[in-house]
Design a protein around this ligand. Structure first.
Ligand code: COA
Length: 371
């Protein structure tokens, strides 16, 4: 049996930050403007008056205080309400490749590996930058890596599912070291005019080196992986290459990310807690054997609820389940490994658990042990 390790990680995030006060001020100005422009229709009952957002709601409901974004100015501008980006084309590097390489170099440094040690690149993300060629192949080329590379999409489980693929490839013998990259540039896909969504996402990227017998200072041995998917329409994006030819009318806004957040909350928390408990039992582990829970960062209350269900108490220190969501917002699939990158101070032999949950639904839980 080969020992396979998460040998190092690296993160990238943009410099711009938006506080709750700033995002609410922008949203509420948009609401005033909309209600003013549509005063007559609102009075006639033809359209509904928009309601204000609130900083108190955002922090209480999600735990988010700030988010890092690629373009603060245009997101907050009520005449734009989206970052300014350009189309992908062959004259320049993909936005995903650009940020992916920054995170990848840090992960390689952290793991003590160079391009010549890497046999494969797997890029997992919630939103593909383009259809083809794979951004993973572009990054492979830029970093001078031999072997193979591909992109994959599993919503908010794209990072953990990609790490799982890396472990499987190493187990099967087709690679020894795999570079996993997870760019999550979500803000171009956020409808900043929607009250229940406008505060959620930030931009960021994480990279992970998965490697056979790598016992660098930062490495964690992979003990167990467990995956499950269960179909749900509660988190959806209908953006598709079919848009050009589709005969039914839909606006850009119709095709963006939307969710029934409350149903997600209610359905996913018990599902994930049960899933983790089963995994611990199958591995003859007790919940107090897990010294750190690096969970998907969609909502701080969800993280705390899941951990309390797993350990059987809501009385625990926040250091047991770190919450980078407070500073970064929801980083889609990159959230759990952001938590891992920022809070991995375990002692040799101590175990931790990485778990994603998101659109699909998709869940992947990985138990690791500090070497
Ligand atoms: N400001 C003020 N009030 C708001 C608001 C805002 N920005 N957005 C919604 N509200 C209101 C709602 O209209 C509702 O009012 P009502 O009770 O009068 O109907 C009330 O707040 C509660 O709304 P609800 O949607 O039930 O809030 P919630 O407690 O479920 O929190 C989320 C919303 C999105 C933060 C939460 O559901 C969540 O994070 N869910 C998980 C989503 C997830 O994991 N998604 C995966 C994506 S990667």
């Amino acid at each position: 049996m080969k020992d396979i390790h998460i040998a190092g990680t690296g993160i990238w995030y943009p410099e711009d930050t938006i506080s709750n006060e700033e995002i609410v001020l922008s949203f509420n100005s948009y609401v005033d403007n909309f209600n003013d422009l549509n005063k007559d229709k609102i009075e006639d009952g033809k359209i509904q008056k928009l309601e204000y957002s609130s900083t108190e709601f955002i922090e209480k409901a999600s735990g988010i205080k700030t988010r890092h974004v690629i373009d603060k100015k245009n997101i907050l501008d009520i005449n734009k309400m989206m970052p300014s980006v350009v189309h992908e084309d062959e004259s320049k590097m993909s936005i995903h490749a650009e940020v992916g390489i920054k995170a990848a170099k840090k992960a390689m440094n952290n793991a003590g590996v160079t391009s010549s040690d890497i046999d494969a690149v797997i890029l997992g993300t919630s939103h593909a930058a383009r259809n083809y060629p794979s951004v993973a192949i572009e990054i492979q080329n830029e970093l001078g890596i031999d072997g193979y590379a591909y992109d994959m999409l599993v919503g908010c489980s794209s990072t953990t599912f990609a790490i799982n693929n890396a472990v499987s490839d190493i187990t099967s013998g087709i690679a020894n070291t795999v570079l996993v990259i997870n760019p999550e540039i979500s803000t171009p896909f956020v409808n900043y005019a929607k009250r229940d969504i406008h505060f959620i996402f930030g931009d960021g990227c994480v990279a992970t080196i998965v490697s056979k017998n790598n016992t660098s200072n930062n490495s964690f041995k992979v003990i167990d992986r467990k995956l499950i998917t269960k179909f749900s329409n509660n988190i959806r994006s209908d953006w598709s290459y079919l848009a050009r030819a589709a005969s039914d009318e839909k606006s850009y806004e119709d095709l963006l990310f939307y969710q029934n957040g409350n149903s997600v909350f209610k359905e996913v928390c018990p599902m994930v807690a049960k899933f983790i408990n089963n995994q611990l039992e199958e591995n003859n582990l007790k919940s107090d054997d897990i010294k750190k829970f690096w969970l998907h960062q969609a909502n701080a209350r969800m993280v705390n609820l899941i951990v309390s269900k797993v350990i059987g108490s809501d009385n625990f220190d926040t250091s047991l389940a770190p919450l980078p969501i407070e500073k970064f917002g929801n980083l889609a699939s990159a959230g759990s490994m952001f938590a891992f990158n920022l809070h991995n101070d375990l002692k040799s032999g101590e175990k931790g658990l990485i778990c994603s949950f998101g659109a699909g639904y998709s869940v992947c839980s990985i138990i690791v042990e500090k070497t």
